[in-house]
Design a protein around this ligand. Structure first.
Ligand SMILES: [Zn+2]
Length: 160
């Protein structure tokens, strides 16, 4: 799950690069932890869900980059211990969140494997917790090898 590829659609890239270019007013809801409930005011239909998935991937990657940038700035400012402690706390939280959501009921229709928007977005959220665990683990290891290894490790995976 952590290594599942991200999309490469224009919507994804727009959401990643330029938050102002998309109407993100509805997206705050999907920032929250699942379970999600049916949103009566939202646009119906599969195409909207498909677009929502890509937009949220872009949004979550942008947020992840911001967190990483803050960690790099912290390390560059000499606060390696603070950055490490923060990352360890984030890693624990992400692992805990992943388990909690895995064991939760995701929608009112059919559970974990359901294809409805609520269930797909719950799996989306889980995917990003898994990504956080995976990358934080690698970044913490890199940090033990030095500041430059840490920074290079983060920047090397940025394809966008
Ligand atoms: Zn469902």
């Amino acid at each position: 799950m952590a290594a599942d590829p991200l999309p490469s659609s224009e919507l994804f890239i727009e959401a990643l690069r330029n938050p102002g270019a998309l109407d993100e007013s509805e997206l705050d809801y999907w920032d929250q932890e699942p379970p999600y409930t049916y949103q009566p005011n939202s646009v119906e239909g599969d195409q909207y869900t498909i677009n929502l998935v890509d937009v949220m991937h872009g949004r979550r990657l942008r947020q992840a980059h911001q967190q990483e940038d803050a960690r790099i700035a912290g390390v560059e400012a000499g606060d390696t211990k603070g950055v490490r402690d923060g990352m360890q706390a984030d890693l624990k939280a992400a692992a805990r969140n992943w388990k909690r959501v895995r064991d939760a009921v995701h929608c009112e229709c059919d559970g974990m494997e359901c294809d409805c928007r609520e269930s797909r977005m719950a799996r989306h959220w889980m995917q990003w917790q898994a990504r956080a665990v995976y990358y934080l683990h690698g970044d913490l290891k890199a940090l033990t090898m030095g500041t430059h290894v840490f920074i290079d490790n983060i920047l090397a995976r940025r394809n966008w």
